[in-house]
Design a protein around this ligand. Structure first.
Ligand SMILES: [Zn+2]
Length: 334
C-alpha cells in the first residue's frame, strides 16, 4: 500500500505571481537556510524562481519516494474575531487558488485548503473549496487567532461536518510562526468543532516545539478518549522535545495518522539516542537524502501499526483524485 503524507507545506515569496507571501525575520534566517538545504532548494528567498523550484523539488522527491500522494496545505491570513484580516500579523500566506493550481498540475498532490472562519464569505469559500476537490481544511488556531468555541463559527463547523471535510488543526507549541493565542495551543480548544461532528486531526498531538513549552499530549489523549472523531498526526515529531509525546502515541497508536510537516527536517539522531532504532537502521536513514522517504521509513521503524497509513485514506474527504491514488495502489498491489 502506498501511504499518503497528509501534512506537507507549500511555500513561496509570490514574486512570480503565485499569490504567496512570506515575511522574513532575521533570527530565523539560519533555520530557513538549513531547511532549504535539507529539501534541496538552491535558490535564495528573494529569487522570483523560488515558488516554482520549491514545487518542482517537492514533486521530484515524491516521484522518488514510495508515497502514493501528499496533501498540500494552504495557509490563510490571521484574522481578528470580528473578521478583520491582518496580513501585517501573518508571517506566511499561501492562497487556496495556488494550492489548487499545483494540484491540477500534479495528480498526486491533494489540496488542503485554509479558510479563516471569521471571514465574511467563509461559507461560500468553503463550498468552493470542496467543489474544487479539497480533501481537508487546515488551520492553526493559536497562530491565526481561531477560537473554535466562538458561537459565530458554529455554522462553519456544522457545514464542514455535512460536507465530510476534516479539519487539520495545529496543536501544541509553534516555532516558525508567532503565537498570538497561547491558550489555543491546547487540543482541548477543539471540543466545539468535535461537538459539531467534524472529523478533527490534531497536528503534532499537542507536542511542544521548544523545551519550555508545555506538553499537551496528555490532554490530546484524554480528548481522543472522549471523541471518536478525533485523530492525531505525527508530523514534525522526531526531535528531543518530542520524546514524551512520541512515547505516548507509540504506546497508544489508535487513530494516529501519518504526516511529515515537510519541509521541517526529520531527526534520525534522537530516535537512535532513545534506542528506538538500531545503529544499522540509523545509518540507513542517514543515507536517505529524500526528506519524504526518510520520515516514512523512520515511522515504519518506530513500529507504528499499518492503521497510521490506512487511516489517512479513510479520514480524508473522498474525492476523485483520492480514488485515483487508491486505485493506482490496487493496480500495483494486484
Ligand atoms: Zn505544519
Amino acid at each position: 500500500m502506498n501511504p499518503i503524507d497528509l501534512h506537507v507545506h507549500v511555500l513561496g515569496n509570490g514574486l512570480a505571481g503565485s499569490g504567496c507571501r512570506v515575511q522574513r525575520v532575521w533570527w530565523q534566517e539560519p533555520f530557513v537556510q538549513m531547511m532549504a538545504r535539507g529539501v534541496g532548494v538552491d535558490v535564495g528567498p528573494a529569487d522570483p524562481r523560488l515558488d516554482e523550484v520549491y514545487a518542482r523539488r517537492l514533486g521530484s522527491w515524491l516521484d522518488e519516494s514510495s508515497l502514493g500522494g501528499v496533501v498540500l496545505l494552504a495557509c490563510d491570513y490571521v484574522h481578528q474575531d470580528d473578521g478583520v484580516s491582518r496580513p501585517d500579523l501573518s508571517r506566511i500566506y499561501v492562497p487556496n487558488e495556488y494550492v489548487l493550481e499545483l494540484c491540477r498540475r500534479e495528480q498526486r498532490f491533494l489540496p488542503g485548503i485554509s479558510i479563516h472562519p471569521a471571514r465574511k464569505n467563509a461559507l461560500d469559500l468553503l463550498e468552493a473549496g470542496v467543489e474544487a476537490g479539497a480533501v481537508l481544511l487546515k488551520l492553526l488556531p493559536c497562530v491565526q487567532i481561531v477560537d473554535p468555541a466562538l458561537a459565530r463559527y458554529r455554522p462553519f463547523w456544522k457545514r464542514m461536518a455535512e460536507l465530510r471535510l476534516p479539519l487539520l488543526a495545529h496543536t501544541g507549541g509553534e516555532f516558525s510562526l508567532p503565537t498570538y493565542r497561547p491558550d489555543l495551543c491546547n487540543p482541548d480548544c477543539l471540543r466545539a468543532v468535535l461537538e459539531q461532528g467534524v472529523t478533527v486531526i490534531a497536528a503534532h498531538c499537542g507536542a511542544p516545539a521548544l523545551p519550555w513549552h508545555r506538553d499537551f499530549s496528555g490532554d490530546f489523549l484524554d480528548l481522543r478518549n472522549a471523541f471518536p472523531n478525533l485523530y492525531g498526526d505525527i508530523s514534525a515529531l522526531s526531535q528531543w522535545v518530542h520524546f514524551k509525546t512520541l512515547t505516548r502515541v507509540r504506546e497508544n497508536p489508535q487513530r494516529i495518522l501519518y504526516g511529515s510537516d515537510y519541509p521541517v527536517a526529520t531527526s534520525v539522531f534522537c530516535s537512535r539516542a532513545f534506542r528506538w532504532i538500531s545503529s544499522h537502521e540509523a545509518e540507513r536513514l542517514w543515507k536517505t537524502r529524500n526528506p519524504l522517504q526518510r520520515k516514512l521509513e523512520l515511522t515504519r521503524l518506530l513500529g507504528f501499526p499499518d492503521t497510521i497509513f490506512s487511516g489517512v485514506y479513510d479520514v480524508l474527504r473522498q474525492t476523485p483524485a483520492l480514488a485515483k491514488i487508491r486505485s493506482g495502489e490496487d493496480v500495483l498491489s494486484g
